[in-house]
Design a protein around this ligand. Structure first.
Ligand SMILES: Cc1cc2nc3c(=O)[nH]c(=O)nc-3n(C[C@H](O)[C@H](O)[C@H](O)COP(=O)(O)OP(=O)(O)OC[C@H]3O[C@@H](n4cnc5c(N)ncnc54)[C@H](O)[C@@H]3O)c2cc1C
Length: 432
């Protein structure tokens, strides 16, 4: 009996509990449906770097599946249309996928399930803990990070599973259309390639070979990334790398080289990711509402040209400009950079935070629905921040994190000052 496995944010073979469950089927069809940007903010399509990284990740997964006599069918179709068609065409008797947060993703899956006359299993996603391990039901999840962390620090994360040694054959007649080539190459400053092999290499290099995790607390806020924080997020976000495997490697490192404040801090960051993941599941559509999960009505505006200039890195703050250039050119920005750029949009321009989040969604190669929208809400003061939002002093941030102006110069932050524009009612968006 043929089964179908829908890959979503779990683009790997290793430690993939969902795929493991379907490894005993008589025949298996592995499918991926190309993501669509949320239908708002007039920011359609993926940025060039995000698309490149995703294409590389899919190619890598296809090759890994091919080595086991399988393959990945990548469709530029909505799963609500694609999956029912495939189920009928190949006589599929069971469908599986891994859990992933996001209201629209959830709606999609519900709609697929509703249309099918076969069972749909949702397996654990790329999280340290399963829903059963959490000490709270989803509705009782702490609204702030500290109590969440304190309880979870006492629980052991699930051990990572080995990749399947073999997979069932394909249903007869399946063909794999060639994936199109990416339209760009990585920026030389961030030569990050998609796929599990590249993710494993980065983990090995940063954590084990260079032992950088031992000094993580001191370097994590470097704006230029590769020598500071782990830069593992791109592979964690699309699931090419298992977070349980990263935690396991961290534990091995601590056993060999010793635990210290930095290694503990690094684990805490994995818990932040975990926190936003589970909150996103609990918060549903409130993750995308302007008043946030707190229902805090802030009077914010949408001013088209201010927003366009922020996106283009053409503001009156050189550091913000440099950060936005870095984002679009490379698909990446450090955590500190994201906080500064987001604070500028929210606090200096008093702009609706959701447009900034949507722009990040378009471009970040590590885009993750919970972490992105959760962090934006946090800064905008409508999310989980107990201090009610973050307003960064930009001059102080530049002095602390770019004292010689090297980063700002490298990413062309100094643009000539622009005239103020007159606003026109025609600039206002019709939706969003
Ligand atoms: C406005 C804004 C938007 C963001 N959008 C995203 C996003 O779309 N995807 C994403 O993965 N992260 C996002 N983050 C969180 C954070 O900036 C990135 O996870 C981090 O910069 C990735 O770099 P790294 O892998 O070197 O992290 P490290 O510092 O090495 O941390 C290790 C891992 O911990 C997790 N992590 C670290 N900080 C955070 C955090 N604040 N929130 C959640 N997880 C964290 C990530 O998985 C990261 O790979 C956002 C932060 C802000 C302020």
């Amino acid at each position: 009996m043929a089964e179908l496995y829908l890959f979503r944010t779990d683009l790997r073979l290793q430690d993939n509990p969902g795929l493991q469950q379907h490894a005993r089927a008589d025949a298996l069809l592995c499918v991926y449906c190309w993501p669509r940007q949320r239908p708002w903010c007039n920011l359609n399509g993926l940025g060039a770097q995000r698309e490149r990284f995703l294409l590389e990740s899919l190619r890598s997964l296809h090759q890994a599946l091919q080595a086991l006599g399988q393959g990945l069918l990548v469709l530029r179709m909505d799963p609500r249309v694609a999956i029912p068609q495939l189920v009928e065409r190949y006589g599929i008797t069971r469908v599986g996928t891994s859990a992933t947060p996001g209201y629209y993703e959830d709606q999609q899956l519900r709609s697929v399930t509703g249309q099918l006359g076969v069972p749909v299993d949702v397996h654990p996603g790329n999280t340290l803990f399963s829903a059963q391990q959490l000490p709270w039901p989803l509705g009782g999840l702490p609204r702030q990070f500290t109590p969440f962390r304190q309880q979870l620090e006492t629980i052991a994360a699930e051990p990572a599973l080995s990749p399947p040694a073999q997979l069932p054959p394909l249903p007869p007649g399946v063909g794999f259309p060639a994936l199109r080539s990416p339209s760009t190459i990585p920026d030389p400053s961030f030569p990050l390639r998609g796929g599990s092999i590249a993710g494993e290499r980065r983990l090995q290099h940063w954590m084990v070979d260079l032992g950088r995790v031992a000094g993580y607390k001191q370097t994590r806020s470097y704006l230029n990334g590769l020598d500071g924080s782990s830069v593992l997020s791109p592979w964690l976000a699309n699931g090419a790398l298992s977070v349980r495997w990263v935690a396991q490697q961290l534990q091995t490192f601590e056993e060999v080289a010793g635990e210290n404040e930095s290694t503990r801090w690094f684990f805490q960051e994995l818990l932040w990711r975990e926190f936003f993941h589970w909150r996103a599941l609990a918060d549903g559509p409130r993750l995308f509402s302007s008043a946030g999960i707190q229902g805090n009505k802030h009077l914010r505006t949408f001013e088209a040209r201010d927003f366009a200039r922020w996106c283009q890195g053409d503001t009156d703050c050189a550091l913000v400009n440099a950060l936005m250039h870095q984002l679009v050119a490379s698909g990446w920005m450090s955590n500190r950079g994201r906080q500064i750029a987001a604070s500028y949009l929210v606090n200096e321009l008093n702009h609706d935070w959701r447009y900034g989040a949507a722009f990040f969604e378009k471009h970040l190669i590590d885009y993750d629905v919970g972490s992105n929208y959760g962090n934006w809400q946090y800064i905008a003061g409508v999310g989980t921040d107990p201090r009610g939002g973050r307003h960064f002093n930009l001059q102080k941030q530049a002095e602390m994190y770019d004292p010689d102006g090297e980063f700002t110069a490298k990413w062309g932050g100094h643009t000539p000052s622009q005239p103020r524009y007159i606003n026109d009612a025609a600039d206002w968006p019709l939706d969003g």
